[in-house]
Structures are given as C-alpha cells and as structure tokens.
Design a protein around this ligand. Sequence first.
Ligand code: ADP
Ligand code: MG
Length: 225
Amino acid sequence: MNDVTLKVEGLKKAYNMGKPNEVQVLQDVSLQVAKGEVVALVAPSGAGKSTLLHIAGLLDSPDDGTVAIGGEDMTKLGDRKRTAVRRNDVGFIYQFHHLLPEFSALENIVLPQLANGIAQADAQAHAVDLLTRVGVETRADHRPAELSGGEQQRVAFCRALANKPKLLLADEPTGNLDPGTSDRVFDALMELVRSSGLSVLIATHNLELAGRMDRIVRLDAGLIA
Ligand code: ADP
Ligand code: MG
C-alpha cells in the first residue's frame, strides 16, 4: 500500500527536439498527489498543463524523469502493463466531453466497463448510480447531442469513473462552460470525487475553482513554482 497515488519526478519534455522550432515544455517537474487529495495544476495557456497530464496518465512519455502510480514506477513497465494501468487505474476528463455520439449517456458509461470484463447488469447498475450522483439520471437514454454542455460534461465525469480508477486527471474540465454552469458542474465533480476517495489532479487557469481544491501547484516556465 502507498499513500501517494501519483508521484512524478524530474520530468522533462521537449517537442521538435533538435529542430529550430524546439520547445522545452517541461524543464524539471516534480509533484505528488496523495490518496484522496484534490490538487489544482494552475498555469496560463501554453505552459504545459496538458503535456504534464498526458505524461502522468501514461498517454505520452517524458524525455526524462519518472512517473509512479500507486508506488509503482511506470517508466519501468512494459507496454502491456502500462496499458492495463492506464485502463484500470487512471480516469481522464478533457475540456471537450469526447463522448461517443451514437450511444446514449448510459451506454457511454457502460461500454468501458464491458471492455474491462464487467457483466452487463453490474455495469448498468453502476452507470445509473454514477449518473444519479451527478444529477443527470433522467437523461440516461439521451445521446450526447441531446444534452446541454453541462450535462455532457457530467456524463463525461461518470465515464471517467466507470472503471473505478484510483487517479483522476482532468484537463480544464469546465473550461468550455459558462461561469454559472461551470460552478455547478464543478460542484458535482467534487461531490463525486469526495465520495469515492479518489486522488485528483485538475488543470485549470480558473483561480476561483483552484481555490476550492486542497492544494494549488503552479507550473511556470517548465518548473513547479
Ligand atoms: P497547456 O495545456 O498549458 O495550454 P500544452 O501542454 O498544451 O499547454 O502545450 C505546451 C507547449 O507545447 C505549447 O507551446 C504548445 O504549443 C507546445 N506543444 C504541445 N503539443 C505539441 C506537439 N505535439 N508538438 C509541438 N509542440 C507542442
Ligand atoms: Mg491544455
């Protein structure tokens, strides 16, 4: 057991390395998220928030440094085990919902569970429970296009939590919503997170939202300020 869910150390990442348009995005980034902790990752646009989240979520590799999830060094794992950790232990939420357009809200939460070997009836019950907790259970049979922006994002939260990850990474999850909706959707996310004891890293440039999290980490010029 380990009380640190996510620990990244000495991360470096450059794009277009060796070319004239090389950008060194992460210079030396270290941070950790404890079990049950909600951390805000605050930085202006272009500072490397998405890059850092993708590396922490094993969607991209750093040029140097380590990523440990649940105390296990992911940089030492083979591709298959990394993929398994990404599927089972990490949930991702983006600024845009990325729900599958041809499926209902409920199906969007059921499908990732089926892919993980959960029985249909159990997957469905869990999906309904999640939708109820964020207050969109009455929209379960609607397709994404029939939902408001705030509802779409609530469903996306449920989908990210469908396989009961231990780490949730959210990339400006309310960035597409108007301020009032953003506030309410953020409340729903926090309730869901608190009741499941998840560890969360949320990128945002909204200082008001960041102030409602447990801790703020600032990324500046490729370093943690
Ligand atoms: P943020 O999420 O904080 O807005 P990003 O991590 O998306 O920042 O981007 C950080 C910097 O890296 C930006 O200057 C961006 O243009 C650059 N960048 C991001 N992805 C790529 C890529 N695939 N190729 C080249 N440059 C990239
Ligand atoms: Mg970004």
